[in-house]
Structures are given as structure tokens and as C-alpha cells.
Design a protein around this ligand. Structure first.
Ligand code: TXA
Ligand code: MG
Length: 329
């Protein structure tokens, strides 16, 4: 824990400072193309324990190990031909693979994997994330840099709002291009399963795998797979109501596409109805509307469920879910 949190830019001095903290078991928030992550040395159980404490996250929820390239990924997970085919084309990028751990577990500590036989691994595309991972030279466990269950951060100010005072350093490098957490594809079993939708869409995975991956809900009929996929998640403080075309007088409104509805406060995800723009704006707009004085809730316009729209709706459904389920990441 740190009393003061430094925010440094992503030049070589900032990168060196961030890498040194991580190598010595400390915590650093850093940018990726999806959302800001809160990193800890994934091989150091004490560092990972401190990370869970800073996030207030239930320790049964496993973390993604971030590495600089496929070579490094092969040091922490077992890749079969399917996994190599996907990784060679889609890494670096907003895709996480769940794979079997090596014989004996490999270098990543059990706590980071929540004691599972599998590991989630990702090679991020963001140049600052890659430069940091290269300098650290070890896998970096990193959940989104928010308090557990809350909206993921897509800008350095969001990270500071959530974690200032509990971590020593934020490596700041602007807004995240994608704005939604990575697609998670589970290749640890015989049938590929899409555990979390994201910017890497099912079509491209189907092309590379030769079959459309099962959805998490199809797969969970046989076995619950991703402990992090608890229902209430990505939640603002205000209650969230979906598919609203006419917000109530005391609701803040998250619009999508051309919109003339009157509202107490309003932000538009994308006036042109562009999914990429909407994804990049989603968490920032939720955070802003959450602060509307006098608002009783956030009403959200309908968003078509195709392409990246499906990933946006996945996050919105979690934001709107009843809050009594444990929120996790
Ligand atoms: O875009 C992202 O993925 C961001 C950036 C920082 O990389 N990270 C992120 O981490 O979203 P987090 O911890 O918020 O979400 C990780 C998800 C959780 O839902 C967790 O349950 C799942 O990955 N996960 C991790 N290891 C797993 C495993 N072995 N099997 C199944 N799911 C796993
Ligand atoms: Mg998260």
C-alpha cells in the first residue's frame, strides 16, 4: 500500500520506474489497448496478494498473465495447434487465451491462477504495455485497474479515481482505443469456448478454429468455467436500466445513434451509431453519468446486438444486473 500515488508519463524514465516497481513486488497501473490494468509480478504470490487487496477482489477470481510476445507466453502455458493458430494471427491484440498450465504449474503463482489447472494469458498490443512487459521480463498479472466489480478504467484519471492512495504508480498514456476488456477464448478443453465477448469477434475466431466457439452460457450448461463471469459486474453506483427510448425525468441518459429524447443529463456513445466509437466511450460515459446530481438512475438506449454491439451489451447487462450477486473484477 502507498499513501501517495505518482502519475508518470510513458517515456523511458516512467517505463524504467514502473518496471523497477513491478520487479520488486510492487503494483503499477498501466495502459493497454483495452482498459488500464493493475499489474503485479505474476510469479510472486506476495505481490499478487497485494494486488487482490488493492482491488478488494475475491481471491478465487483468477487473473490474466500479460507477456511481451508468444515466446514468453509459451513459457507460462501449453499451446496446442489451435492455440498457436489463433495466437500467431491475433497477438498482439485484445484477445486472452485460457490454456492448460505447464507440467508442475509453471512460473506463474497458484494465487494468480486461483489454483486452477489453466491460465489466462494475453499479449497486449499497446506499445507502452509491450515496452513495459519487455523491461519487466516476467509475466505480469493484471486485472482491470478498478475496485472489484466497478467500471473498468479507460483513462489515467479513472484509475486515479479508483486507486489513488492504494498503489505507488500510474503509468499514464492517454485513453484506451478499444475501451472494452479483451475477448476471452478458452482453449483448455476439446471444445473452444468464448468466455467473454470483446473486440476480437467470434467470426474471426471461427475462421481460425474452423468452428464457431461455444458461448459461455452454452458451455456452462455442462460446467461452470469462468469464475469471473459473475452476474453483477462493471457496475456504476446508480442503478442501470436498459433498452430505454424515453428516459424518466430524473434519469441520466446514455444515448446511442441519432437522439432527441429530453433527459436530465445525456451523453451519446456514438451519434453515428458506430460500435467502435461506442465501445471506446462506454466506461467513460457511465462514470460521468454516474455523477449526475439528483439522478435516480442511468437509462440506456437500445444498442443493436451484432458485431461489437454484442460485447457492449454484455457489459451493459452486467452493469444493470441485481447487485446482490458478488461482483468480481
Ligand atoms: O482487457 C483485459 O483483459 C484487461 C486488461 C488489463 O488486460 N484485463 C481484465 O482482467 O479484464 P480482469 O481480471 O478484469 O478479467 C479477467 C477475466 C476474469 O473474468 C477471470 O475470471 C477470467 O479472466 N479468467 C482468468 N483466468 C481464467 C481461467 N484460468 N479460466 C477461466 N477464466 C479465467
Ligand atoms: Mg475487470
Amino acid at each position: 500500500m502507498a499513501d501517495t500515488t505518482k502519475i508518470v508519463g510513458a517515456g523511458s524514465a516512467g517505463l524504467a520506474q514502473a518496471a523497477a516497481i513491478l520487479r520488486h513486488g510492487g503494483l503499477v497501473a498501466f495502459p493497454t489497448e483495452t482498459v488500464y490494468g493493475l499489474g503485479a509480478d505474476a510469479t510472486d504470490a506476495k505481490a499478487v496478494a497485494a494486488l487482490f487487496a488493492a482491488k478488494g477482489r475475491p481471491a478465487f477470481n483468477p487473473l490474466i498473465s500479460h507477456v511481451a510476445d508468444l515466446d514468453a507466453a509459451e513459457g507460462v502455458a501449453r499451446f496446442d495447434r489451435r492455440a498457436l493458430a489463433v495466437a500467431e494471427v491475433l497477438w498482439p491484440g485484445p484477445l486472452t487465451l485460457v490454456l492448460p498450465r505447464p507440467e508442475g504449474g509453471g512460473p506463474v503463482c497458484d494465487l494468480a491462477c486461483a489454483g486452477l489447472e489453466t491460465i489466462a494469458v494475453r499479449v497486449p498490443a499497446h506499445p507502452t504495455a509491450r515496452a513495459l512487459l519487455q523491461r519487466v521480463g516476467k509475466p505480469v498479472a493484471a486485472p482491470s485497474a478498478n475496485r472489484s466489480g466497478r467500471v473498468s478504467p479507460t483513462a489515467p484519471t479513472h484509475v486515479a479515481d479508483e486507486l489513488a492512495g492504494s498503489i505507488p504508480l500510474i503509468l499514464a498514456d492517454g485513453r484506451c482505443d478499444v475501451g472494452l476488456e479483451s475477448t476471452i477464448l478458452d482453449l483448455s478443453g476439446p471444445v473452444p469456448v468464448l468466455l467473454r465477448p470483446g473486440a476480437v469477434l467470434p467470426d474471426i475466431l471461427a475462421d481460425l478454429l474452423g468452428a464457431v466457439p461455444l458461448s459461455a452460457s452454452q458451455a456452462s450448461e455442462s460446467a461452470p468455467k469462468s469464475p469471473g463471469r459473475l452476474t453483477s459486474h462493471y457496475a456504476p453506483i446508480l442503478p442501470v436500466r436498459l433498452n430505454v427510448t424515453a428516459p424518466a425525468a430524473d434519469e441520466a441518459f446514455l444515448a446511442f445513434g441519432p437522439d432527441l429524447a429530453p433527459a436530465l443529463a445525456k451523453l451519446n456513445l456514438s451519434e453515428d451509431g458506430d460500435f467502435t466509437e461506442a465501445a471506446a466511450n462506454l466506461y467513460d460515459h457511465l462514470r460521468s453519468l454516474d455523477r449526475t446530481p439528483g439522478a435516480s438512475g442511468i437509462a440506456v438506449a437500445p444498442i443493436p446486438d451484432d458485431g461489437l454491439g454484442a460485447a457492449i451489451n454484455d457489459r451493459l447487462r452486467r452493469a444493470a444486473a441485481p447487485r446482490d450477486t458478488v461482483a468480481a473484477s
